[in-house]
Design a protein around this ligand. Structure first.
Ligand code: FNR
Length: 181
């Protein structure tokens, strides 16, 4: 059976570069890996009062994460950090206390930005949160993707300029996941 990867994209935007990047990355992975992009747009705003009665969308997210053997975070940078929608999903999945869905799942962290430093600060903040959540994250190579003309071709695959780099990143990610399962 295939290695199941839960993909969390930190942008809700319809034409999100990061969602496109996630899809392009999935296509560079070997056939024994299966990727599922999880919904986070229907999660309520996290409220600790609801810990004993989590919404259906929260329970769904948690069961999808628990069923996966690995995680892939593909996120933009908002104001030099991670988007609130991503933090909201991370917080939901971590509760109630002692019942986090995230712990022990190997993860990759990558992102695309129209800014020159390509989500470096958002990724560092995300690594901080994931460290606390006991999620081992691939350290190298780092993937700071500059979303510029030609990043994707007409079919949504990675364009020639970034293909070799991203293939190397995906190969390292796949090896990282296999090392932990
Ligand atoms: C941004 N953007 C941005 N870019 C960046 O490199 N560093 C940053 O700190 C920010 N801050 C920021 C805040 C907010 C609220 C928005 C809406 C945008 C620009 C960002 O890179 C751009 O909107 C991307 O297109 C977002 O990724 P998606 O939605 O295309 O995946």
């Amino acid at each position: 059976s295939k290695v199941q990867i839960a993909v969390i994209v930190g942008s809700l935007r319809k034409d999100s570069f990061n969602r496109k990047l996630a899809t392009a990355i999935e296509r560079l992975a070997p056939a024994d890996f299966q990727f599922t992009q999880l919904r986070i747009d229907d999660l309520p705003l996290y409220n600790q009062d609801d810990d004993g009665n989590q919404a259906a969308s929260v329970l769904r997210l948690k069961s999808e994460v628990k069923a996966a053997q690995g995680l892939l975070f593909v996120t933009p940078e908002y104001n030099r950090s991670i988007p609130g929608v991503l933090k909201n999903a991370l917080d939901h999945g971590s509760r109630p206390y002692g019942q986090s869905a995230w712990g022990g799942k190997p993860a990759g962290v990558i992102g695309a930005s129209v800014g020159a430093i390509g989500t470096a600060l958002a990724q560092q903040h995300l690594r901080n949160v994931l460290g606390y959540l006991d999620v081992p994250t691939l350290g190298q190579p780092e993937g700071f993707i500059h979303a510029k003309e030609g990043l994707f071709d007409a079919d949504g695959n990675v364009g020639e300029g970034s293909k070799k780099f991203l293939q190397g990143w995906v190969d390292a990610y796949v090896a990282w996941v296999k090392q932990h399962i």
